[in-house]
Design a protein around this ligand. Structure first.
Ligand code: PEP
Length: 251
């Protein structure tokens, strides 16, 4: 049985005091929640402060990005070990904003995935098609390319620990959520792809989150689909009550 996992991606939002207050709000609201894994991913400059606000709670800390090298002349970058030092359990990798705005390739993302795992971080690996790709009937070929490229060289044991987030790009930050059927179709196909590339036992344990305009009003219908194991939440994770409203949909 896969345990649901809801993570908030705060993106480049909040200021220091807001980030701490939001983390405290999530901790308070999550106090009575059982049976769901929870994480928040604040901007990197607030990881330390948010980590302190989460200390001792069931809400874990995640980063939104990292670089694959261990150390050296990489101005502006953070290593996996630095994120571990800051108390991170998770790191989002291959988010569509990094793929499409910052030009990250599957090859680069793959190096980051390996570096994250080597340092003991759990990658939340994002995949998803553009609207034009969906309309051209290319959704699964895009997902397959991203899966094969971003996760190349992982052992079955490594893949079992990775979280995959299916995030159709046309649904991110647009208010246009995928229908539960559209999302489930891709999640099921992804699980079959894992079974093909690895085996059925691995496919059975890998958690696949849905992301893209998830809100308290649509969360339960998405999360009750057989192959949707949680949500990666952007906009709605910036309000503790909305984030917890989504969590309630997983219970
Ligand atoms: C995201 O950024 O991962 C995301 C899903 O954003 P939103 O929930 O705002 O669509």
């Amino acid at each position: 049985m896969r345990r649901p996992f809801i993570a908030g991606n705060w993106k480049m939002n909040t200021h220091r005091a807001e980030a701490i207050a939001l983390a405290e709000g999530v901790v308070k609201a999550a106090a009575g929640v059982d049976g769901v894994d929870l994480a928040v991913c604040p901007p990197s400059c607030y990881l330390d402060a948010v980590g302190k606000a989460l200390a001792g709670s069931k809400v874990l800390l995640g980063a939104q990005n990292m670089y694959f090298e261990k150390d050296g002349a990489f101005t502006g970058e953070l290593s996996a070990a630095m994120l571990r030092d800051l108390g991170c359990t998770y790191v989002i990798l291959g988010h569509s904003e990094r793929r499409h705005i910052l030009g990250e390739t599957d090859a680069l993302i793959n190096k980051k995935v390996h570096a994250a795992l080597a340092a003991g971080l759990i990658p939340i690996l994002c995949v998803g098609e553009l609207l034009a790709e969906r309309e051209a009937g290319q959704t699964m070929s895009v997902i397959r390319r991203q899966f094969d490229g971003s996760l190349a060289g992982l052992s079955a044991d490594q893949l079992k620990t990775v979280v995959i987030a299916y995030e159709p790009v046309w649904a991110i930050g647009t208010g246009k959520v995928a229908t539960p059927q559209q999302a489930e179709e891709v999640h099921l196909a992804l699980r079959k792809l894992i079974a093909e590339r690895y085996n059925a036992a691995v496919a059975d344990v890998v958690r696949i989150q849905y992301g893209g305009s998830v809100k308290p009003s649509n969360a339960a219908d998405l999360l009750k689909q057989a192959d949707i194991d949680g949500a990666l939440v952007g906009g709605a994770s910036l309000k503790a009550d909305q984030f917890l409203g989504i969590v309630a949909g997983a219970l």
